[in-house]
Design a protein around this ligand. Structure first.
Ligand code: NAD
Length: 462
C-alpha cells in the first residue's frame, strides 16, 4: 500500500528564515570557489545514484512512471547534466576576453561571470524530480545558493526531495521549502536575486508580475500548444513511432509533447493506421492495463482531460480507467477550432489531428496562435524544412523526431513569447544563473587626452 502524503504549506517565518540564512551564507563567499561547486555537484550526483530506488518509487507513486521512463527522463538525464557541468565548469568560469575598440586603444575588455546570489527554483509536477534539480545544477555551477519549491501535486517526490536535500546539504546553501500557492506567495515576497520557474503560462505571468515588484530577474520555462507537422514526403513508419514516443511518454504530460498533429491530407489515413499499430506495439491492446503506462496526476486533471473527449470524434483510444486515473492513447478529429481541445494546452494522452492541403495553411494557422514551446516537422523536402524553420517562431524542436532536442546538453532549451523567457541545459544553465560583468581595464602606460574637457583638440559636435 502506498502511503498518502499531504503537503503542508511552509509558514511565512520559515520562508523568511530560510532566505535570510542563505543571504548571510552567500555573503561569506563560500559558494564561489570552483572546487566547492564541483564537490557539491559530485555530492548531488552521488545523492541521486545512491537513492535511485527511492526516486523510482516516488515517481511510480506520483505518476505511475515505469523504471525505464524514470531513469531515461529524470535520473539519467540529471546524471548526464551533472557530468557535463563538472567537465566544463573550468571553461565556463574563465573570463571571456573581448576585442578592443579603436577608441579604447591600450585597454583590455573582458566579461566575468558572477553568481546572482540567493536563487529560487519552482518546479511543476510532471517531471517533478528532474525539473527541480536540473536548474539546481546550473545554480550551483554558477556559484549561487538555492531554495527549491517542489510541486505539491507530486507529493511523494516533494517529500523525498525535501528529505534527501536536508540530509545531504547545509540549508544555508541548498534548502527545500514544500508547499503550494501559499508557500510560493510567501517566497515571492522575499528579496531573491534570481527566480527560475517551470510551470504553466498563467502562473508564469503571476511569477513575473511579483518578481517585477522587486526587479528580480527570471527564467520562465512555460508551456502551450506544440504543433507537429507531417508532410506528404515524410517517412510515415518512422514518423508514427517517433510521434507516439513524444506524445505518450508520461501519458502526454510533457511540456514539449506534440499537442496537435497537422497531416497532409494525402497521407492522413496511412499515418493514422501506422500510429494505431505503434500504440499496440508500445503498450499492448489495452494501454490502461499496461503496468508501465503512466497515470494522470490527479482527479482534477483527469476530469479536465475527459471533457476534451467530447470536443471531437474519437478515431482511436478514448478508454479511461476511473480508479487508476488512466486514459488510453487517443487520436481525435476536433469539431471546432474554438473548442477547449484546440485552444487549451492538452497536457495528456489526447492527440487531435487536422489535415491540410498546402503548407501556407499550416504556417498561417500556427502563426495566428501564441509562439509554441516546441515544433516538430516530419518531411524529407528541404524547401518545406527551410520555410517552416524560417517562417514560424517557436522555442525549439526537431525535424523528423520529437522531444530529443531537450535531451542534449549542447542545445539550450527554452521558449519564446508565451512559451517562456530564457533557456537552460548545459552551458546555458550556467549562463542563466550568472550575471556577466563587463570590465574594461585601462592602461597606465599612456593617457589619450582627447576625452578631457581641457584637451586642445577635444572632440566637438559639428
Ligand atoms: P503550475 O504553473 O500550475 O505550477 C507550477 C508551480 O507553481 C508549482 O510549484 C505550484 O505550486 C506553483 N503554483 C501554482 N499555482 C500558483 C499560483 N497561483 N501562484 C503561485 N504559485 C503557483 O504548473 P503545473 O501544472 O505544475 O505544470 C504543468 C505546466 O507546466 C504545463 O503548462 C507545462 O507545459 C509546463 N511545463 C513547462 C516545462 C518547460 O520546461 N518549459 C516543463 C514542464 C512543465
Amino acid at each position: 500500500m502506498k502511503e498518502e502524503i499531504v503537503i503542508e504549506e511552509s509558514s511565512v517565518e520559515a520562508v523568511e528564515d530560510a532566505v535570510q540564512r542563505q543571504k548571510k551564507f552567500f555573503a561569506t563567499g563560500q559558494t564561489f570557489a570552483k572546487e566547492k561547486r564541483i564537490n557539491v555537484l559530485k555530492q548531488l550526483a552521488q545523492l541521486i545514484r545512491s537513492n535511485e530506488r527511492e526516486i523510482v518509487t516516488a515517481l511510480k507513486n506520483d505518476l505511475n512512471k515505469s523504471e525505464t521512463e524514470a531513469y531515461m527522463t529524470e535520473i539519467g538525464f540529471l546524471l548526464e547534466e551533472i557530468r557535463f557541468a563538472i567537465k566544463k565548469i573550468d571553461s565556463w568560469m574563465k573570463p571571456v576576453k573581448v576585442k578592443t575598440a579603436k577608441t579604447h586603444i591600450g585597454s583590455k575588455g573582458y566579461q566575468v561571470a558572477e553568481p546572482y546570489g540567493v536563487t529560487l527554483i519552482i518546479a511543476p509536477w510532471n517531471y517533478p524530480f528532474q525539473l527541480q534539480l536540473a536548474p539546481l545544477i546550473g545554480a550551483i555551477a554558477a556559484g549561487n545558493t538555492a531554495i527549491l519549491k517542489p510541486s505539491e501535486l507530486a507529493p511523494h517526490t516533494s517529500r523525498l526531495l525535501s528529505r534527501l536535500i536536508k540530509a545531504e546539504f547545509d540549508p544555508n546553501y541548498i534548502a527545500v521549502l514544500e508547499g503550494g500557492i501559499e508557500t510560493t506567495n510567501h517566497l515571492l515576497e522575499q528579496p531573491f536575486d534570481y527566480i527560475f520557474f517551470t510551470g504553466s503560462v498563467p502562473v508564469g505571468k503571476i511569477i513575473m508580475q511579483k518578481a517585477a515588484k522587486q526587479l528580480i530577474p527570471v527564467t520562465l520555462e512555460l508551456g502551450g500548444k506544440s504543433p507537429c507537422i507531417v508532410d506528404e514526403t515524410a517517412n510515415l513508419t518512422l514518423a508514427a513511432k517517433r510521434i507516439a514516443f513524444g506524445k505518450w511518454t508520461n501519458a502526454g504530460q510533457t511540456c514539449i509533447a506534440p499537442d496537435y498533429l497537422f497531416i497532409h491530407h494525402s497521407v492522413r489515413d496511412r499515418l493514422i493506421e501506422e500510429m494505431k499499430k505503434v500504440v499496440k506495439d508500445f503498450y499492448g491492446s489495452d494501454a490502461n492495463q499496461n503496468e508501465s503506462y503512466p497515470k494522470i496526476i490527479n482527479q482534477k486533471h483527469f476530469n479536465r482531460l475527459k471533457r476534451y473527449l467530447s470536443d471531437g470524434d474519437i478515431l482511436f483510444g478514448g478508454q479511461v480507467n476511473e480508479d487508476k486515473h488512466k486514459m488510453a492513447p487517443t487520436l481525435m478529429k476536433p469539431f471546432e477550432m474554438s473548442s477547449s481541445l484546440m485552444t487549451e494546452e492538452i497536457f495528456g494522452p489526447i492527440l487531435p489531428i487536422l489535415d491540410y492541403e498546402t503548407l501556407d495553411e499550416v504556417i498561417s494557422f500556427v502563426k495566428k496562435r501564441p509562439k509554441p514551446l516546441a515544433l516538430y516537422l516530419f518531411t524529407t523536402n528541404n524547401n518545406t524544412e527551410k520555410r517552416v524553420l524560417k517562417e514560424i517562431s517557436f522555442g525549439g524542436g526537431c525535424v523528423n523526431d520529437t522531444l530529443m532536442h531537450i535531451a542534449t546538453p549542447y542545445l539550450p532549451f527554452g521558449g519564446v513569447g508565451e512559451s517562456g523567457i530564457g533557456s537552460y541545459h548545459g552551458e546555458s544553465s550556467f549562463v542563466a544563473f550568472s550575471h556577466y560583468k563587463s570590465i574594461l581595464k585601462q592602461t597606465n602606460r599612456f593617457d589619450l587626452s582627447l576625452k578631457y574637457p581641457n584637451a586642445k583638440n577635444s572632440l566637438k559636435l559639428m
